[in-house]
Design a binder for this molecule. Structure first.
Ligand code: MLT
Length: 409
């Protein structure tokens, strides 16, 4: 008899964003004609830039001609694309080799799949709150015990609370863990850790032979030049960190799909030799994945060229202006907010001790504005609420007007 992977039954609820969509659709069904403004999931809204479009068109044209047609490509990604990534990291003062870069269809698949090259006995640690993919994929892999609904935690995971008291950046665990997920700039809190803060984790990882999975998906939103855009800006990171990033948020590729993982040759785990983990990830990707679409990679090559980067920076600025509008309006309303200055997320402390889902319902009902309940990212997110700066400017302004006019706080 075929048996399912019973770990799926441990998952506490539906994946967060479809769950929000389900609740929103049910609200719209009950309130026909309602126009909801979506500042929930970090979903890009602005069209691709003209240079990226040129690249995508070129990608199609190349396939239309027998002389330039390509089928399966290099599983690790087009060399030109990886060379442009090397140039990008060089601007941060980071030297990586093209053989350390693995192009993929996005940061989410990489963040989810990377755990598969590590043994099931590894103990994982996550920031709490955290992007749900880190926890859910380890639950599915069987690396955790049951979900404790009272505590909102899975047994067997080390949660590192990010609270107002520690300025939303945790200390490393006081015991040994093997795999540590860090997201910087952080989703969902919108806070960005300094090099010194990250260095403490690198020192911990090196002392305990742990590996840090560093999600830098929002690095392009950092305005403050002292903050790290890559973990490899920090000494020792090449020995203990895998970095994941994508063009989703910086170049509007959320639906287009293109990301990359950096697995340094210097990275080591227990009983491995330098280069072995890089080979493992290569083996995993060659087995489960046939490389990112050649059309999309051509778009990526244009996105990462000087002209493409310039246009993406304008798009990033547009979203960051949205973040400023949201942040300042909420502060004017007397609310306590975090983030939104080096990241596209605003982390709002919910007034009057209301819980996160209660506030979700209230905001939707009173203002028709959709956000994300902090508790959906982990127990320390309880009492907080995330607003995303991804949206059309007019919608963001309307959302703010509605909040000012109709939210009863
Ligand atoms: C989020 O809203 O947290 C992200 O947009 C989700 C994602 O990138 O998968």
């Amino acid at each position: 008899m075929a048996k399912i992977n019973l770990n799926y039954r441990k998952l506490s609820a539906g994946y967060l964003f479809p769950e929000i969509a389900r609740r929103t659709n049910s609200f719209i069904e009950q309130n026909p004609g309602t126009e909801v403004i979506r500042l929930g999931i970090g979903n890009t809204t602005e069209p691709l830039t003209s240079y990226v479009l040129e690249g995508l068109h070129k990608g199609v044209d190349l396939l239309s001609n027998v002389a330039t047609y390509t089928g399966y490509g290099d599983g690790q990604g087009r060399l030109k694309l990886r060379e442009l990534l090397v140039d990008l990291y060089a601007e941060y003062g980071v030297a990586i080799d093209t053989s350390e870069i693995f192009v993929s269809d996005g940061a989410k698949p990489d963040a989810g799949n990377i755990q598969s090259i590590f043994g099931i006995e590894n103990e994982i640690a996550v920031q709490d709150p955290a992007y749900p993919v880190y926890v859910d994929t380890n639950v599915i892999a069987g690396r955790t015990g049951a979900f404790n609904p009272e505590l909102g935690l899975y047994e067997g995971i080390t949660y590192m609370p990010c609270t107002e008291e520690n300025h939303f950046f945790p200390a490393p665990p006081d015991k040994k863990v093997d795999l540590i997920y860090l997201c910087n700039p952080n989703n969902p809190t919108g806070l960005t850790a300094t090099k010194d803060q990250i260095k403490i984790f690198i020192d911990y990882a090196r002392a305990h032979k742990s590996i840090i999975i560093y999600d830098a998906a929002y690095a392009a939103f950092i305005k403050d030049s002292d903050l790290p855009r890559s973990v490899y800006e920090i000494e020792g990171a090449d020995k203990c960190c895998i970095e994941i990033n994508s063009l989703s948020k910086s170049a509007g590729f959320t639906g287009v799909r293109l990301g990359w993982a950096i697995v340094p040759k210097n990275l080591v785990a227990e009983d491995t030799t330098p280069g072995e983990i890089n080979k493992l990830w290569n083996r995993r990707q060659c087995t489960f994945f046939n490389g990112a679409s050649n059309i999309i990679q051509q778009g990526g090559i244009y996105a990462l060229s000087p002209q493409g980067l310039k246009e993406s920076a304008e798009m990033v600025n547009y979203y960051m202006e949205n973040a400023t509008i949201i942040r300042e309006a909420l502060i004017q309303l007397g609310m306590t907010v975090f983030g939104g200055d080096n990241s596209p997320y605003i982390w709002l402390k919910i007034p009057n001790q209301m819980d996160s889902w209660e506030f979700f319902n209230k905001l939707l009902k009173e203002t028709r504005v959709l956000g994300t309940p902090g508790s959906g990212f982990g127990p320390s997110g309880q009492g907080y609420f995330r607003l995303s700066a991804f949206g059309h400017r007019e919608d963001v302004k309307t959302a703010i007007e509605r909040i000012k006019r109709n939210l009863d706080i």
